[in-house]
Write a protein that binds this ligand. Sequence first.
Ligand code: UDP
Ligand code: MG
Length: 307
Amino acid sequence: METFKIILPCHNEEENINVIHKKVCEETKNLDYLFEFTFVDDGSTDDTWKKIEELSKNFKHINGISLSRNFGHQSAIQAGIELSNDDSLIIMDADLQDNPKYIREFIKEWEKGYQVVLAKRIDRDENFFRKIIFSIFFNIQKKLTDIDIPKDVGHFSLIDKEVIKEMKRFPENFTYFNGLRTYLGFKTAYVDVIKEKRLYGNATMTYRKLFSLGLNGIFSFSSKPINFIALLGFTISIGSLLVSAYSLFHKFRYGTTILGWTFGLSSIYFLSGIQLLSLSIIGQYIGRIFVDIKRRPSYIISKTLNT
Ligand code: UDP
Ligand code: MG
């Protein structure tokens, strides 16, 4: 019988572990498949690991991975995927923002032959500011990336074992799981979902972490920012040639200059700004090369349960 393994990255989710397990079991009990759970404890400082251990004593279908410290959401997902054997996977958050009731719909699509099923958020039960930030990010990402990463899609998804096999061949660390999943291609279906409110605890994906994830989402999957610098440089050069030609013409024809020192000063500030911006864009790529070249693992496992 086909087994689905549910990967749940957890950072300080002690109150949510039992609830998510119970809810997923309720939602899947009438389905003709086996379901296993892999909880990845991403360096929690509360009793998350203790809860996972307790649960694994009562249920055979519980696996646990404990990372040696907090490595971040993407690394926790990577650990869960790399330690899964040859099953199809369902990836979801442990805080019940991804409602387990959609798993049935994912499986219906999978049965039709779709190898990747993605949850498309038609609404999110979150504060207005966070909604705006996400909307701006997805629009920028759509314009800037080379692959067509779908808008309003998060980690919540079902991925067939054949796709997982291909994903495991990638030598790189997961810095932006959504991008990698899109890069792989395969037949993809969407299920409309509403992202719920977090059940217990607070989001640990702070704005700082989200910002850095957003940068990975753009710079790990696109060289368009580099082309943008080239285009900008070319446009400014043409503009400066035209202005110089016109001021020379004016000087020889009428004997007066038209551009004063204010123009010169503001041009210097403007061009310095553009140069710093361009350098920082190049820096984004160099920073990523610097991290990748060391080939450090993106997570370290301190303990496992049943895996
Ligand atoms: N998470 C994690 N490591 C982290 C931060 C978060 O494994 O460093 C987990 C967290 O426990 C949850 C999921 O990733 O299951 C999403 O995190 P969160 O709810 O904080 O973020 P949001 O829902 O706002 O994206
Ligand atoms: Mg959450």
